[in-house]
Design a protein around this ligand. Sequence first.
Ligand SMILES: [Zn+2]
Length: 510
Amino acid sequence: MRFEPSACATDEPANTTPVTEENESFTENFPTDGENKNVEEQYADYSGAQVFSVKLKSSEHKRMFQQLEDRELIDVWLHKRSKKRSRAEFMVLRENMQEVLSLFYEADIQPKIVIPNMQRLIEKEKKAETLTNSTLRSGHGMNWNEYHRYSTIHSFLLHYANAYPDICTLKTIGKTVENRDIQMLKISSGGNENKTAIFIDGGMHAREWITPAAVTYIIKELVDNRAKYRSFVDDVDFHIVPLVNVDGYEYSHTRDRLWRKNRADLWGPCNGVDLNRNFGYKWGTSGSSFIGCSQIYRGSAGFSEPESKAIRDYIMESTANFQAYLSFHSYGQLILYPYGYANNELPSDADDLKRLGNAAASAVRKLSKTRYTVGNSAEVLYRSSGASDDWAKGEAGIKYSYVIELSDTGKYGFMLPERLIKPTAADALEIVKVVADEVMGLYEKKGLTMILEAKLNASKILEDDFRLVERRPRSESRGVASHWRPPPLSPGRSHPLVWPPGSCVVMRLA
Ligand SMILES: [Zn+2]
């Protein structure tokens, strides 16, 4: 199944022409300027498409479902597993409906309709967008009553960088395939550059519109109401990329509401790489596809895409002391921790990740009664290699790495109504608060002792920055040791201390 939009010129937002080889080339050659009015009229049509939910009770069921996915007869939106059975939500296009439903009935599975009329939902959302766009604009144009385009998100970031130059810095960390800027806003109240830092991103998957909305809301709150969050805003730096997949996001506004991948031109019938299968840690091992048309196409190599590369380069070149990496996705209400590339591959400090995840989930529940499930991503969902949180943990050595799947659990899925932006964003902020409170303690203020666990790939620490105080066996570090990533070595400062892998050292700030 292909999710390229049909491309017949029409004044009607809903056209019913199926994608054919004939009109495909026209689709591919169409200008990609998202702001172009003519482009907006060529909108992917989902007439007759429906979203279903099924329970898969046996391994036979699961195998059959996997085959449907492999054959691209269904677009899997959510696939969650519990102890005995798994639950999946997926969309079926009109042209595949008969085949898919008869295969389910043959297997004695009763799919339940979740979204009976996909196209109507898309049109309703577009109508709401036009209405609010014309009535609610003010200042930088951003609000959390509606979903916004990249240009508004850009003005919003620029506004904060200009209005609060003492704490906000805007930086372009890379360019997308279509040459748009990937922007990062750093919120820092200054102080030591080795201060604890958190990296946050959103909008890695284009159709997950709630994620850039939630992440920009987090920026607004941390800056506008920083007195309220003083307990951690003074002691933690935030490096925030609200929209990683800018091209895909624009494309989801102008051409295909359900676009997921980036806009890499693959020279074939299908475009786009799944950025969250393109990170170069255990890349391509399982739970990703080598087929270009697949929704989970991993790309030709780890970090083949400029968007994932931009995140990698920024984090690796930064001297920031990143202790948490939070990547916002939707949907499912899940707080997931590595590793996702294989079953039963847990980091040695998985208990810490689980504990903090649970703390965040209960804080959200107290705030809004929204229930988040916490767990290892391969366990709660399915295996997926090349995900950014696996890389952040396994390669960049960032202790608290999570993927957070925001609301909902399936009623609207990616089509979360605009009235739910604010409550969902408030839940996201609550998670950030709990994580920030935790990591603050991982780097004590000057003069206090910290205990670090040094791994072989993270064992070079500059004498200039730290003084070795004491060395302890690893067994004694349980409960207090924290994984810490040293600042990268810079030329001219060549006196690193090196420890054997797994040794634990007690450090004091120089
Ligand atoms: Zn996602």
